[in-house]
Design a protein around this ligand. Structure first.
Ligand SMILES: *Cc1c(COP(=O)(O)O)cnc(C)c1O
Length: 355
């Protein structure tokens, strides 16, 4: 039976990415070696890494003065690397969920952190608005998509300081005005590649302005200078990332991808709003087009386990909600075909007919 992979991360990758990655495991570009066993300094892999950086710049329309690097350590390492490199005295953070609050916790180790607003008291069911960011903040950090709660900021916030964003779960899903940002970072395992590599886009002028010493491995300048080859980078995830980036270009770039994502999400949200058995969990205007969270309507709460089993039998994988929200979460990353979203909707309709 066809499986529809709605997992939140690691998550679905394009067939193109999987096919080319599988081929390279057997024979990497005619070298007679597997991508799993080649030197990161060989000319074939250096070319892969360079091309991947170039494609990131093309897709995100990264202006000059910025560098693209591939690091280990996950998005979680960026929670400390960002303040290590950028926080001189004070930084502003928006608290919109678990990942945002983890980033805040790390930043506090390095200086004053002003949390401009939080929706924690409402279990992060909305994105706070109307907050003010202090003019003297070194940067304003926000999580563009809250993977766990299903809220998203599909815009570059209009504040008076430089932006830093954790875009782990919605990078490459819409055009971004990179010129407003000092750092954009994203773990690969939601919209790019298997786990193991983190994409960082950083403005070079933002670096070297702090007083503290930075350990070599945690200094962005180390990795910029060595073009992500200071130490052994995650070779296979970078190869897979390149395949995904190529595929994104064949789709027509980020505006075309955004349009597809909006359509996919609308199909599912329309069903959640129509179907008497289900309801959404977050403020409608802040709904994520990547992670669609929903629960059983109050009168049908006892059907939750029944729907989970019914959906699993229909080939739906990974739709159990995060433990902090409960219910269900369907992640609709770029590689998720519309036909799978339609299959989920058909499953919800079929379940409704039985009740
Ligand atoms: C998954 C996720 C993370 C954590 O990423 P790791 O690579 O596991 O450290 C951080 N932020 C967001 C928004 C995420 O979705």
């Amino acid at each position: 039976m066809k499986k529809h992979n709605f997992s939140a991360g690691p998550s679905i990758l394009s067939e193109y990415t999987i096919r080319n990655s599988a081929a390279a495991v057997t024979d990497f570009e005619g070298t007679g070696l597997s991508i799993l066993e080649v030197s990161h300094r060989g000319k074939e892999f250096v070319a892969v890494c360079d091309e991947a950086r170039t494609k990131v710049k093309e897709l995100l329309e990264v202006p000059s003065g910025y560098e693209v690097i591939f690091l280990g350590g996950g998005a979680s390492l960026q929670f400390c690397m960002v303040p290590f490199n950028l926080l001189n005295k004070k930084a502003s953070y928006l608290d919109t969920g678990t990942w945002a609050s983890n980033a805040i916790k790390e930043a506090r180790l390095f200086g004053e952190v002003e949390v401009v607003a939080s929706s924690k008291d409402a279990n992060y069911t909305f994105i706070p608005k109307g907050y003010k960011v202090a003019e003297d903040a070194d940067y304003f950090h926000f999580t563009s998509n809250n993977t766990i709660y299903g809220t998203e900021m599909r815009y570059d916030p209009d504040v008076n300081v430089r932006l830093v964003s954790d875009m782990s779960s919605d990078i490459f899903t819409r055009p971004v005005d990179v010129s407003k940002y000092d750092v954009i970072y994203a773990g690969a395992q939601k919209n790019l590649a298997p786990a193991g590599v983190t994409l960082v886009v950083v403005r070079e002028e933002a670096l070297g302005r702090i007083a503290r010493a930075i350990p070599t491995m945690l200094d962005y300048r180390t990795h910029i200078k060595k073009e992500s080859m200071f130490n052994t980078p995650p070779v296979f995830p970078i190869f897979a990332a390149l395949q995904t980036l190529k595929w994104y270009q064949t789709l027509g770039g980020l505006s075309a991808i955004e349009k597809m994502n909006l359509e996919k999400a609308a199909i599912l949200y329309d069903e959640i709003d129509r179907n008497k058995l289900f309801r959404g969990t977050v403020a409608v205007q802040d709904r994520s087009i990547m992670n669609v969270c929903f629960v059983m309507a109050d009168e049908y709460k006892e059907l939750e386990a029944g729907f989970a089993a019914f959906a699993a039998a229909a080939g739906m994988v990974g739709i159990k909600g995060h433990r902090s929200v409960g219910g269900f979460r369907a992640s609709l990353y770029n590689a998720m075909p519309q036909s799978s979203v339609e299959a989920l909707v058909a499953t919800m309709k079929a379940f409704e007919k039985q009740h």
